[in-house]
Design a protein around this ligand. Structure first.
Ligand SMILES: Cc1cc2nc3c(=O)[nH]c(=O)nc-3n(C[C@H](O)[C@H](O)[C@H](O)COP(=O)(O)OP(=O)(O)OC[C@H]3O[C@@H](n4cnc5c(N)ncnc54)[C@H](O)[C@@H]3O)c2cc1C
Length: 506
């Protein structure tokens, strides 16, 4: 490894380690307050937990059972805010909860849903209600044993796109965002962090200085403290693996299902990418090192059995077309059971030697914006650069300014502006990029001017945008994180995308 530059190290207000939702959210908020920020992510943005979630913007109905009222209230409040901040990548969803008397009594579900409907003050989504599956359309895919249940509201998010949009907004406000860049060493010298970062594509290292350091390394938070920073800390994370399977569509309609299992856990079945159903998740304690994880065969069986208890149509292991798994970095509250470990977050500020270090333990996608506000409130007394007023509550994310009338009106406007755009492509561009769809289309006046088609309706113009504006560097970044086109393209098409991205990345 060679030090790439001999020029004096640049001094940033804040060095953020980790380009998951929490690191990206803090980078956005801090930059908007006027701080100079460097965000380093060792792989791609959202490579780990933040692309492996169930993708719900939710209060977390089941956390009420663990008396997590603070978390649920904050998450419900955030749910409303987030749905407005990025209406292209997040939308409300109705959840169908069949009553199974073997698991929880109906009065308990009713009481939980009443609290869920009323815990926060700003709620606009439709409230919960009881339904009779013998007459309600959501009962059609269910076995006839289930006659009664409830429907309630929560939200859906394209999780990895949420991370990218936060990083984009941060960068557009002046943050220095570097992917494939790892923090390999950092120490406090005279009240300033001296940090060594490594470009993982070139192997070059560089020293940068920062007044404060944020450890938003998710599953690596404790290892970063112990191994990279050599700083003892009594707090820790419990890593709990959660996996999902994707199968061809099991039911029709826009509603999702939440099923209670005999082990008291819940499993979701959610409409996914038009033609599929997403089923998850599991809770498996993970005692090995953090990194890429995959689903185990017994998890596939567990998920199939969970939905087969409820759906008429049988889901078989052989139906699985894709799966993903991730590690929840949960704050270790010493709970015996992985499902019971708190989903709330803890911020640990260490101000030794005048150079603050803030470590993030736990957190949900849903609460990332509030977590960022809390993080900066905590840092403000020791880092005046972030002392400005909070500002993110009502500011849209890139592409979120889709205009009046919601998504359908925005789609109609896009179709009028580019009449030559096939409806399905217009829909997909708006769903992923919101108002930035116009930037992708640019000067194109017909489909041919969108460039070569690499597979499905993915053109080189869209891939160029992802590489120039969204830090995509590999086919996986394009097909599985910036989009889920990997599910829709065949092997030959995916190889074509890989070839194009490789040649462009140089
Ligand atoms: C199965 C599952 C389902 C979930 N479902 C939901 C849900 O439906 N709704 C919800 O709100 N939440 C959900 N969550 C929780 C949510 O996904 C996580 O809390 C959140 O994504 C954590 O984000 P993070 O930024 O802390 O961690 P991560 O996304 O893991 O980001 C940390 C980043 O730090 C980087 N990093 C580590 N070390 C270094 C280093 N030395 N240098 C540079 N970079 C480094 C890593 O590469 C990584 O990208 C779920 C989680 C799981 C696992």
């Amino acid at each position: 490894m060679s030090e790439s530059t001999t020029s004096p190290a640049r001094l940033y207000d804040l060095l953020i380690v980790g380009g998951g939702v929490n690191g990206a959210g803090i980078a956005r908020d801090a930059t908007g307050r006027g701080a100079s920020v460097l965000l380093v992510e060792q792989d791609d943005l959202a490579s780990y937990t933040s692309s492996a979630s169930t993708k719900l913007i939710h209060g977390g109905l089941r956390y009420l059972e663990y008396y997590e009222f603070r978390l649920v209230r904050e998450a419900l409040t955030e749910r409303e805010r987030l749905l407005k901040m990025a209406p292209h990548i997040m939308w409300p969803m109705r959840f169908v909860l069949p009553h199974s008397k073997l698991v929880r009594p109906a009065w308990m579900l009713r009481a939980g849903l009443f609290l869920y409907d009323h815990l926060a003050s700003n709620m606009t989504l439709p409230k919960s209600r009881a339904v009779d599956f013998r007459t309600h359309s959501s009962g059609r895919p269910l076995k006839s044993d289930y006659t009664k249940g409830f429907v309630y509201s929560d939200g859906w998010v394209q999780d990895s796109r949420l991370v990218v949009l936060n990083a984009m907004d941060a960068a557009e406000r002046g943050a220095d965002v570097r992917t494939r860049t790892r923090l390999i060493k950092a120490e406090r010298v005279n009240g300033v962090w001296h940090a060594v970062i490594e470009n993982r594509e070139t192997g070059e290292t560089q020293t940068v200085h920062a007044k404060a350091l944020v450890n938003a390394a998710g599953p690596w938070v404790a290892r970063l403290l112990a191994d990279t920073l050599k700083i003892p800390n009594s707090k820790s994370v419990r890593l709990v693996k959660g996996s999902h399977i994707i199968v061809p569509r099991v039911f029709d309609g826009p509603q999702a299902y939440i099923f209670q299992n005999p082990d008291k856990r819940i499993v979701f079945a959610i409409p996914y990418e038009q033609n599929f159903t997403l089923i998850g998740t599991t809770d498996i304690p993970w005692n090995e090192a953090p990194g890429k994880v995959g689903i185990a065969p017994d998890e596939v069986t567990y998920l199939c059995e969970s939905v087969n208890r409820y759906f008429k149509a049988e889901v078989k292991e052989s139906d699985v077309v894709w799966s993903y798994a991730g590690l929840r970095p949960l704050y270790d509250d010493a709970s015996a059971n992985a499902s019971a470990v708190t989903r709330d977050y803890v911020l640990d500020l260490d101000t030794q030697d005048g150079a603050p270090l803030l470590s993030i333990f736990g957190g949900k996608i849903t609460t990332y914006r509030k977590l960022a506000e809390h993080a900066l409130e905590k840092l403000a007394p020791v880092l005046p650069a972030v002392a400005g007023a909070s500002w993110t509550a009502n500011e849209v994310l890139p592409g979120g300014d889709i205009g009046d009338g919601g998504f359908d009106a925005a789609l109609a406007r896009l179709r009028r502006a580019a009449t030559w755009l096939p409806e399905s492509l217009a829909w997909r561009l708006l769903r992923n990029y919101g108002s930035r769809a116009y930037e992708i289309i640019g000067e194109a006046n017909n489909l041919a001017e969108m460039g070569d088609v690499l597979g499905g309706d993915l053109t080189t113009r869209e891939v160029d945008y992802l590489m120039q504006r969204e830090w995509a560097r590999s086919a996986e970044d394009v097909l599985w994180r910036r989009s889920k086109l990997g599910l829709h393209l065949n092997e030959v098409e995916r190889a074509k995308v890989a070839e194009y991205v490789k040649q462009k990345a140089g």
